[in-house]
Structures are given as structure tokens and as C-alpha cells.
Design a protein around this ligand. Structure first.
Ligand SMILES: [Fe+2]
Ligand SMILES: [Fe+2]
Length: 393
């Protein structure tokens, strides 16, 4: 059989267990990809990394940056600023004291990649697809209605001022944009964690390998949480807003948990459609900001946490953050629609070792199952090539 199957039992060669590359973490992946000079993975999209800085050494760079400060100096700073252990607001302590590389990976994009994103929609084909797409559409409509937002590039009365457009609900103010983003990001971080949890438990329970899905799901969950942490630095939500998130999380987490037990495929499809909407939302936000319709944000500097996470230039603006977040959402769109085309019980996650760059993910809605097969096959060949190049031990 020349065509390699995604089904791990049918294709032992594709098991992600090559001893030297057994870890499916993206750090080891990136070593593989970059060493091979293969312009495909997220880690290769590093043209915006500052000189002398490598994604592999981010941990060391941060260690170095704290090494320069003596223990005494750090202790004094901690006393002055309050102990990070006793400040309840973890966000505010991060830039001060916690400089370690605490995230699973840093999504870094070239400027061409950031602009390569297109608003795409996948036509529902199966009943499950239609159900997932309908549910997302329904949720979006309700959410827009409740928040009083009626997006319209051509408002009924021409010549309306910014204030009038905002008052009539055709434009969101910066406060409304933030509320919308914070609420959505607090929900968006749930599915990846639920999927990872359930797959983790399945792996433990059945005592079999997961085929690389858990890490991708965890990365998505963390990526969404980093979106939330970034925008949190711009606005502290009210008690009422926090209560709304609490209620929504309680309902959504449990519903998604039960749904994922019943049909992981439909759940990934649902997330794929949800991410389509996220790309639309950020595209509109970027368009409004670039058109001067959110003047409060025009020259707003990017939060420090975002500069660190996306490896942005030190003088980056909030607009750069929005472009990076939109690219992340595009990845979620592509990955979830592609995963929904696979058999979650038997197929290998094609993105466990590497991912296409934004020129693919931004312009293509999904990998069909046969494309995922080809992609895994190529990953396997690259791994083999890399293994052959390593000096004998
Ligand atoms: Fe997000
Ligand atoms: Fe997302």
C-alpha cells in the first residue's frame, strides 16, 4: 500500500513514536521542521522574530533577562511591587515578576501571513454539519440581538456621525468591542480543554495512545486563554460581567462535555463554524480600526503580555495584536474543520508534528481526509529524513 493511511492500527509506520522524536510537543516539531528547511510549520513563520532571538531559546532568553537582576534586586522589586503570590490579579503580576516561558508555544507570524487571512465559509454537507452550522448561526444572532449590535457597512442614513452610528448599534464603541471580545474569548477557551480532557481520559482508560490530538486541543485552549489575558489588560470587567461569564461557562462547559462524549466530529465541526465567526468578528474590528472608526484604539500600544506571546515588535500597536489574534482564530478554523473530517477514534492528528503556514490556513477552509493522509505521509518522510541525517549514537 503506497498511500499511507491515517488509521494508526493499519499503518504502524505512521505512529508518532519514532524514539528520537517521540515527543509531539511543538518545540521538538520545530526543531524537525526548521532543520529541514521546510516552509510549512507555524514555527517557520518566524520572520518577525527579532534578531538574535530564536523560538527555541525563548526560555533561555527569559532566564537570561532575569539573570541580569540579582536575587536581592528581584526581592526588593517584589517587596516594592507586592508579592506576586499575594496579588489576586495575576495578569498584573506577569510583566513584573514572572518572566519564564510559561506557554506551550508562541504563534509568530510574518507580515505576509497576517494579511493572507480570508473570511471563508464551509458549506455544511452532512446533517451533523448543518446542525453545527445552524447552532452557531443561531447563537451569533442571539448574541448580536442581546448586545444590540447590527453590523451594517451601509447604514440606512448616510452621513451619520460616529456617535450616531454607535448609538444606533451600527458601530461598536471600544468598550463594546472589548466586552464582546472578552465574553467570546472566555467561552472560546472551553472546547479545546474539554476535548483534551476527554481524550486524555480515554487514553488512560483504554490504555492506548492518543495519536497526537491532545496537544493540539490543549494548545488551542491555551491560545484562546492568552487572547483573554491580553484583552483583560485593557479593561477590568464589572462584577455583573463576571457573573455572566460564570453562568455561560457553567452551561457551555457541561453541554460541550456531554456533546463531545456523544459526537466529537460534530463538536469539532461546531468549533470550526464558531471560529469562522471569530475570524469575521476580528476582520470587522480590524476594518473599523483601520477606517478610524475606533479612534480610542488608533495609537494604543500593544499590551506587554501580547508582545511577549506573539513576539511582536516592542513598539507594536493594538492593531498588530488584532491581526495576530485573527490569525490564531484562522488556525482554529482550519484545524477544527480538518479534524472534523477524520475518525476521532482511529485517525492520527495530522497537525501533531507540524502545521501549514497562514498562506494555506488563511485561504483554505480545511484539509479533506485524503489531504490529511498526504500531509501525515509527508511528515513521516520528513521525520525519516531527519532521523537519517542524525549522527549514529
Ligand atoms: Fe480567540
Ligand atoms: Fe479561536
Amino acid at each position: 500500500m503506497i498511500r499511507t493511511s491515517l488509521i494508526k492500527t493499519a499503518s504502524p509506520a505512521l505512529k508518532l513514536t519514532t524514539p528520537r522524536l517521540a515527543s509531539s510537543s511543538l518545540r521538538s516539531t520545530s526543531v524537525l521542521s526548521i532543520t529541514l528547511g521546510c516552509h510549512v510549520s507555524r514555527q517557520l513563520s518566524t520572520s518577525s522574530i527579532r534578531p538574535n532571538e530564536s523560538i527555541f531559546t525563548s526560555k533561555q532568553i527569559h532566564s537570561e533577562s532575569t539573570k541580569g537582576r540579582g536575587k536581592q534586586e528581584l526581592h526588593q522589586a517584589s517587596l516594592k511591587e507586592g508579592s506576586p503570590l499575594t496579588q489576586h490579579d495575576a495578569v498584573s503580576t506577569v510583566p513584573v515578576m514572572v518572566r519564564g516561558d510559561w506557554v506551550l508555544f508562541h504563534p509568530v507570524y510574518s507580515s505576509e501571513e497576517l494579511k493572507a487571512v480570508e473570511v471563508l465559509h464551509r458549506n455544511p454537507k452532512t446533517i451533523g454539519d448543518k446542525f453545527a452550522a445552524g447552532l452557531v448561526k443561531f447563537s451569533r444572532t442571539i448574541f448580536d440581538f442581546v448586545s444590540g449590535y447590527k453590523h451594517n457597512v451601509n447604514p440606512p442614513t448616510p452621513g451619520m456621525t460616529l456617535e450616531e452610528l454607535r448609538k444606533a448599534g451600527y458601530l461598536l464603541s471600544e468598550k463594546q468591542w472589548l466586552e464582546r471580545i472578552l465574553f467570546l474569548e472566555s467561552i472560546a477557551g472551553v472546547p479545546g480543554m474539554v476535548a483534551a480532557t476527554l481524550r486524555h481520559l480515554t487514553s488512560l482508560r483504554l490504555m492506548r495512545r492518543d495519536s497526537g490530538w491532545i496537544h493540539t486541543c490543549l494548545e488551542e485552549a491555551e491560545n484562546e486563554r492568552m487572547h483573554l489575558m491580553t484583552f483583560m489588560t485593557l479593561r477590568q470587567p464589572s462584577v455583573f460581567f463576571r457573573l455572566m461569564i460564570l453562568g455561560a461557562q457553567g452551561v457551555f462547559y457541561n453541554l460541550f462535555f456531554l456533546s463531545y462524549l456523544i459526537s466529537p466530529k460534530i463538536c469539532h465541526r461546531f468549533v470550526g463554524y464558531l471560529e469562522e465567526e471569530a475570524v469575521v468578528t476580528y476582520t470587522r474590528c480590524i476594518a473599523d480600526l483601520e477606517a478610524g472608526k475606533i479612534p480610542e484604539w488608533t495609537n494604543l500600544p500593544a499590551p506587554e503580555i501580547s508582545i511577549d506571546y506573539w513576539r511582536l515588535n516592542p513598539d507594536a500597536k493594538l492593531l498588530d495584536v488584532l491581526y495576530a489574534v485573527r490569525s490564531d482564530e484562522t488556525t482554529h478554523r482550519f484545524v477544527n474543520h480538518s479534524l472534523a473530517n477524520l475518525n476521532p477514534a482511529t485517525d492520527v492528528n495530522p497537525f501533531a508534528l507540524r502545521e501549514p503556514d497562514m498562506h494555506v490556513k488563511g485561504t483554505k477552509i480545511e484539509f479533506k481526509r485524503s489531504e490529511s493522509e498526504d500531509y501525515v505521509q509527508k511528515s513521516h518522510e520528513l521525520m525519516q529524513q531527519r532521523t537519517n541525517e542524525l549522527p549514529p549514537q
